[in-house]
Design a protein around this ligand. Structure first.
Ligand SMILES: [Zn+2]
Ligand SMILES: [Zn+2]
Length: 141
């Protein structure tokens, strides 16, 4: 690739898309939405879309994304270890049950109607309770 024509790339947090700089690579402005909330990659980047997507869910700190790009360039093993952690964190966030009333993830799941005298009666019935608003509901599964 010819460096003189390569103005680098940007990734826009606002439209979650990346583009190639047309003009000044030091001024990251999204060509699509005009947002300046973009990460600037003046020399291109090694991250792929799904990696950027994962990272931007963890943090929209530009320095963080740039340092992860840098890490992938220089230490791909360490990078993969970190990405595995982030993916795990992301999956955990997404799998968390949310309160249908207030959307809080501060949910405690407990068995309802477990009676030690009556043993199994009702023991399989679990209930979710929101620690935020106190709402209780049956889990879907
Ligand atoms: Zn944009
Ligand atoms: Zn709630």
């Amino acid at each position: 690739m010819d460096d003189s024509t390569n103005l680098g790339y940007y990734y826009c947090f606002n439209c979650n898309d990346a583009g190639k700089h047309k003009e000044n690579p030091n001024q990251a402005t999204c060509d699509i939405c005009g947002s300046t909330d973009c990460v600037n990659f003046p020399h291109g980047f090694t991250l792929n879309w799904s990696e950027i997507d994962t990272l931007s869910r963890i943090s929209t700190d530009k320095a963080f994304i740039l340092s992860m790009d840098d890490l992938k360039k220089h230490d791909v093993i360490e990078f993969n270890v970190k990405m595995a952690q982030f993916n795990q964190q992301k999956a955990l966030e997404e799998s968390k049950p949310r309160c249908p009333r207030c959307g809080s993830t501060a949910i405690s799941t407990g068995a309802r109607g477990v009676n030690y005298l009556w043993g199994f009666i009702g023991a399989s019935k679990t209930v979710n309770r929101c620690s935020n608003c106190g709402y209780t509901w049956k889990p879907k599964r």
